[in-house]
Every structure is written in C-alpha cells, then in structure tokens.
Ligand binder design. Structure first.
Ligand code: NAD
Ligand code: TYD
Length: 331
C-alpha cells in the first residue's frame, strides 16, 4: 500500500506514522506537512531513517504541491489541520484556509488520482456541546467555534465527494487525544510544562467543562482499522470512554508531578466554550475496536513523558512564543 499521510509531522500524524510502519511491513508512507509551529521533524525522530518513509515539506492549500504528493498513492489519511481552538478564536484565517480550502485540495487531488481509500479525520467538536445523550454519527452537526466550523465544513465536503464522485471516504470523528508528542498549547502538555516551571495554570472559568480523553495510540489503531474496514460514505465516532471535568484531569497532572493545587488560577473563560463533548462509539466498537489504554495510568505516563522530554518541550514552546504572549497576556 502506498499511503499519503497529511500532517504526519504533527501530534497524531507522527504517532500514526510510527504505528503504521510498525504494523505493516509492506507499506510505503509519504508524509506531506508544511511544518507550521505545530509540526516538526523532531516528532518523527527514530522513523525518518526508515526507507519506507518519505517526507515532503509542503502546503495542502497549494494545488500543485498536493497533486505531486498524490502521485502513485492508493490510500490517504488526512490529518493536516490548524488544530487549536484558542488560536482560531484570535483569528480564523489560517483554520479556514488549511482546514477547509486545504482539505478541498486534498479531496480533489485524491479524486483525480482515483485513490482506493481515504480516511478523513474530523473531530467530535463538529457536533457542538453535548447537553444530553452522547452524540451518534447521524446527529446534526452544530459547531460553535471557528475551528469546529472549519472542521464541520471539511467533514461535509468529504461526504459530498463520496456522494458526488464516489471518492471512497471514511470519516473519523475522534474525541480529545492525549499522549506523547502533542504540541504544548493543548491542556495536558501545556499545564505539565507550566507546573514543571512552577507557573500558574490558567483554568478557563470553573474548570468543570467535560472532555472525553482518547489515548493517541488507541486512536491510531482505530484509524488503521478504518483504512481496511471502514465503509465508504460512513462516519465513525472514536472515543476514549473517559469523560472527565478539566479540574479532575488537572489534579492528576499536579499529583503526578508532586506540585501543589495552589498553582491553579481560574481565569476568564474562553468565548463560546463548549461545556461537554460526548459521543457514542458503538459503531466503531462493532468493527472490533475498543480503547485499551486505561485513563489514569495513561495520563500519568503521558505527564512523565513530557517531564522527560524537556528539550523537546522547550523547542516547541519557543515556536509559539508570540501566541502564548498574546493569548495568555491577561490570563
Ligand atoms: P497538530 O496541530 O499537532 O498537527 C497538525 C499538523 O498539520 C502539523 O504537523 C502541521 O505542520 C500540519 N499542517 C498544518 N497546516 C498545514 C498545511 N496547510 N499544509 C500541510 N500541513 C499542515 O494536530 P493534531 O492534534 O495532530 O490533529 C490532527 C488532526 O486530528 C487534525 O485534523 C485535527 O483537527 C484532528 N483532531 C485532533 C484532536 C486532538 O485532540 N488533537 C481531536 C480530534 C480531531
Ligand atoms: P484543549 O486541549 O485546548 O482542547 P479543546 O479545546 O479542543 O477541547 O483544551 C481542553 C480543555 O481544557 C478545554 O475545555 C479548554 C481547557 N483549557 C483551559 O482551561 N486552559 C487552558 O489554558 C487550555 C489550553 C485549555
């Protein structure tokens, strides 16, 4: 199989590349990544030398780049995105370009190349806040922040390519991922970094918002399964089965690091903050998948991984300096 992985130098992408190279002897993987602040070749350390992996630096918004990257490809896992809600609140421009326009370019090139399988990675955020029963795949989409809106647009555009052009798209809707190599703007690595430096932890509002945490390795197994077994035209919720209020997650981080709860500072809430994400993943489970990594040991191991990768953290944080200064100036 000749596989194109977009965003393969980002958090989920680099974990997926490692997973697929370890699982499939006969795979050839081409990564297309722009290496934004969130992507780095550091993240592919240990696999970059693998002769089955080829790295291409380029922008998914550039039709020529995408067309060339698709040459000889028979399957695509599309992960490249501007993935941070808070950044999309400061400006939605990059998210609109990459998540919507860039995704369109990838769908279009995949159609022209007649790929045999396409896994499009969407998100649970497309459903919006969950105030009742966990969302099922055919529930309406109700995105409520600019990032989620661009992801919902791409999710529906992917489906339109299945309906209109028979592009064999399978859509994954994963919940919040955690694990190694996540850019330290997201809650778990960011708060680990701050706590390690004895800096306050800016908790939005009361910190009782609920997220369902999925270990990135469980997610990667699900994506690999969807490549083989997902039904084109269908969406699949992928959850960790770990719905936790943020404060509970934060206490675990502090406990693992032996840091005091006095580091917590409740700050002004994020505008339009979704109070809960929750999905029913029985469709994914019917394919024989279930999450394997237990939450408490998983998050403790993740926090230790960040504590042991101080140089990686430092380099990553340095790439986002302007953003951190702007967003957290009054938080
Ligand atoms: P990430 O921000 O860590 O990585 C994104 C990668 O995409 C980076 O390597 C970046 O350089 C690359 N990229 C960005 N813009 C690009 C462009 N224009 N052209 C080429 N490459 C570009 O994101 P992630 O957390 O790994 O998320 C991967 C996918 O999973 C995204 O589509 C995201 O929406 C989705 N998702 C993530 C989560 C999560 O918890 N992290 C949950 C649900 C869905
Ligand atoms: P995050 O990891 O950014 O993912 P998402 O917003 O896509 O769910 O945030 C997880 C939760 O943590 C979310 O409810 C927002 C909250 N949060 C804070 O309270 N403070 C912070 O500084 C960050 C980054 C997140």
């Amino acid at each position: 199989m000749h596989l194109l992985v977009t965003g393969g130098a980002g958090f989920i992408g680099c974990n997926f590349v490692r997973h697929i190279l370890a699982e499939r002897e006969d795979v050839g993987v081409r990564v297309l990544d722009k290496l934004t602040y969130a992507g780095s070749l550091d993240n592919l350390a240990g696999v970059l030398e693998d002769p089955r992996l080829k790295f291409v630096e380029g922008d998914i918004c550039d039709a020529g780049v995408v067309e060339a990257a698709m040459d000889g490809i028979d399957a695509v896992v599309h992960l490249a995105a501007e993935s941070h809600v808070d950044r999309s609140i400061i400006s939605a421009e990059a998210a609109v370009q990459t998540n919507f326009v860039g995704s369109f370019r990838i769908f279009e090139a995949a159609r022209a190349a007649q790929v045999e399988r396409f896994v499009h990675v969407s998100t649970d955020e497309v459903y919006g806040a969950c105030l009742g029963e966990p969302f099922a795949e055919d529930d309406p989409l109700n995105p409520r922040n600019p990032y989620a809106a661009t992801k919902a647009g791409a999710d529906r555009m992917a489906h339109s390519y299945f309906v209109t052009y028979d592009l064999p798209v399978v859509t994954a809707r994963p919940s919040n991922n955690y694990g190694p190599w996540q850019y330290p703007e997201k809650l778990i690595p960011f708060f680990t970094w701050r706590a390690l430096n004895d800096e306050h932890l800016p908790v939005y509002g009361d910190g009782m918002q609920v997220r369902d945490w999925l270990h990135v390795q469980d997610h990667c197994r699900a994506l690999a399964l969807l490549l083989d077994e997902g039904r084109p035209g269908e969406a699949y919720n992928i959850h960790g089965g770990n719905e936790r209020p943020n404060m509970e997650t934060i206490r675990l981080i502090l406990d693992e690091l032996g840091k005091p709860e006095s580091l917590v500072r409740h700050v002004e809430d994020r505008p339009g903050h979704d109070v809960r994400y929750a999905m029913d993943a029985s469709k994914m489970r019917a394919l024989g998948w279930e999450p394997r990594i237990e939450w408490e040991s998983g998050i403790r191991a993740t926090v230790r991984w960040y504590a042991e990768h101080g140089e990686w953290m430092e380099r990553s944080v340095a790439r986002g300096k302007a953003y951190f200064e702007q967003w957290y100036a009054r938080r």
